[in-house]
Design a binder for this molecule. Sequence first.
Ligand code: BYC
Length: 317
Amino acid sequence: MATTSFEEQFDKRLAQDQTIEPKDWMPDNYRKTLIRQISQHAHSEVVGMLPEGNWVTRAPSLRRKAVLLAKIQDEGGHGLYLYSAAETLGVTRDELYDQLHTGKAKYSSIFNYPSLTWADMGAIGWLVDGAAIMNQVPLCRTSYGPYARAMVRVCKEESFHQRQGFEIMNTLAKGTEIQKKMAQDALNRWWWPSLMMFGPHDADSPNTEQSVKWRIKRMTNDELRQKFIDVTVEQTKVLGLEVPDKDLKWNAERGHYDVGPINWDEFKNVVAGNGPCNKERLDARRKAWDEGKWVRDAAMAYATKRKARANQATQAA
Ligand code: BYC
């Protein structure tokens, strides 16, 4: 079959809203885009465990500690589904880890900010997981089958994460004056970086147009950011807190909230590796990799031994 007919089949599947599966023909750049996006997503989940890990030993009660631990464990699991989805595209897990550890791979800008107080555990769950769900629900219908299926489970878990974050914020916001101040301070620090999670404005996003055509992205960066703003501003009112944006106002004509300008210089600086915690995050991942070598070695030795035993048993039979 000529390449064009493979391409026609690929286009037809997309037009009929069918998923593309690992063994299907796909354009090289479609494969490359998916490896880039899925691996960045996987790295974000794994690096995203670090700001929350910082508070496990200082959670204010046993219940809060158990919930936080469960959430962090979920993020590790999300990373694993996503690395597996990326592997179906022909890249190895070792290559992906290497890209992360050598600083070649990107991960979400949001995880390069420090988690300074317990209220940050609330703000991360509420805002960061909230932004993640907004972005990931449409990805349940992304055109690449393994990615779409991973997203279904991830989204179920993320909604629990978002709720646990909101619950922490609600408890603090309705607590003592000092607790309310902590909640407001966390909102002030996480609001703008959360808006940056959706990526640059559509006009400055080099990948959006093609990714929407390929149905990898089902909505654009600005569409998702706007949805997040509209929902979250209302939630902020329920908490009795204030969005740290003097330009925020309801635009009746558009039927959406308008926000002030996002500081894209800050975003670029963080993505370029110069955020407050970039170095600390990468050092922590490299350390975990080095210290886990004995576990990987032991697992490989065990697998080799089992294989040898199975071969002996087959030969004896
Ligand atoms: N941070 O053309 P664009 C979580 C890069 S983890 C860093 O719009 P695209 C959680 C972008 O990669 C959730 N880089 O790109 C875990 C591109 O650079 P390259 C993480 C960013 O891919 C633990 C360039 O800027 N979610 O929920 O079409 C605890 C131009 O951008 C960022 C995902 O990963 C950023 N924020 O759209 C709690 C979702 N934004 O690669 C929570 C999956 C953009 O060309 N990913 N860049 O050099 C996506 O949906 C899309 O990749 C994005 C960007 C919307 C993020």
